[in-house]
Write a protein that binds this ligand. Structure first.
Ligand SMILES: Cc1cc2nc3c(=O)[nH]c(=O)nc-3n(C[C@H](O)[C@H](O)[C@H](O)COP(=O)(O)OP(=O)(O)OC[C@H]3O[C@@H](n4cnc5c(N)ncnc54)[C@H](O)[C@@H]3O)c2cc1C
Length: 241
């Protein structure tokens, strides 16, 4: 296939990224996400105290460090329960994007957590386990007429809930840069990187740390007030390579 440009929006194992930077698998973080979705009828008459909550392990207990459990309803009617975790798991075998998980595994991991957590786990009919992968910020986002965005460019731990958001913002900004550059694709891609690099790298960094919203000191404005359709496009000459 011949094309004027190639936009690699092909995820964490991007082949297009390989064209730019060579073969290098993403970094396994040593954490997995246990996940399940099920009808709330499986909870009987009981409902958790909060519609949405993130339960964290207590930093004062090192053995329990950086372990969390998030639950929320997927529907406005509150009839579908979702949970997702960040759970230490040193030896991911690799090669697959998820595998089924057992109730015993997750119960062991979340032993001692709040009773709401226990009840939500107990009601799950099935669960899966996903490796959490990331990369360090890439040194190169484009060459000539080839460019990457989203997880192909900056995969991150999902702990700020921003991975898909960053991919969508990338697409909006890239579209504006291509429009503005009027056929000068290389220039458009440089402008896209210059506009996006600081924000995506900071979200990658904070997602890795998993401290987002953990305390009231978190100011979420910089994440949620960003408008990819109006944010000023940055001249690449003003940004360090
Ligand atoms: C457990 C977990 C929870 C998450 N929670 C959130 C959340 O709450 N909020 C949030 O914003 N993000 C979340 N994310 C992150 C989010 O899923 C990703 O950041 C997002 O999907 C990235 O979008 P993308 O389009 O860049 O890549 P992807 O969604 O991975 O899409 C890439 C596409 O390219 C296709 N593809 C790959 N290779 C090829 C090829 N060679 N040829 C053709 N097609 C190909 C794939 O099939 C896929 O359809 C979570 C991730 C995980 C693992």
């Amino acid at each position: 296939v011949e094309a004027d440009i190639v936009i690699g929006a092909d995820g964490v194992n991007s082949k297009v990224r390989e064209i730019l930077l060579g073969v290098e698998p993403p970094i396994y973080t040593g954490f997995v996400a246990f996940r399940s979705i099920y009808p709330v009828s499986l909870l009987g008459d009981w409902r958790p105290a909060s519609d949405a909550a993130k339960w964290w392990s207590d930093e004062r207990h090192p053995a329990n460090e950086d372990r969390h459990f998030i639950h929320y309803y997927l529907t406005r009617k509150r009839d579908e329960m979702y949970f997702v975790t960040g759970s230490p798991f040193p030896d991911w075998p690799g090669g697959v994007s998820s595998v089924p998980a057992t109730k015993d595994e997750i119960k062991t991991c979340y032993e001692g957590f709040h009773p709401d957590v226990q009840r939500i786990i107990d009601a799950a009919p099935a669960l899966s386990k996903w490796p959490l992968l990331e990369r360090n910020p890439l040194p190169l986002w484009s060459r000539d007429n080839v460019v990457v965005l989203g997880d192909a460019c900056h995969p991150m731990k999902p702990h700020m809930g921003q991975g898909a958001g960053m991919a969508i913002e990338d697409a909006a900004v890239l579209f504006r840069c291509i429009q503005q550059a009027d056929g000068a694709f290389d220039r458009a891609f440089q402008m896209y990187r210059a506009t996006r690099i600081e924000r995506t790298s900071e979200v990658q960094r904070q997602s890795h740390e998993n401290k987002w919203m953990r305390t009231k000191a978190t100011d979420p404005t910089w994440v949620y007030s960003y408008d990819a359709m109006t944010t000023p496009l940055v001249d690449p000459e003003t940004v360090d390579a």
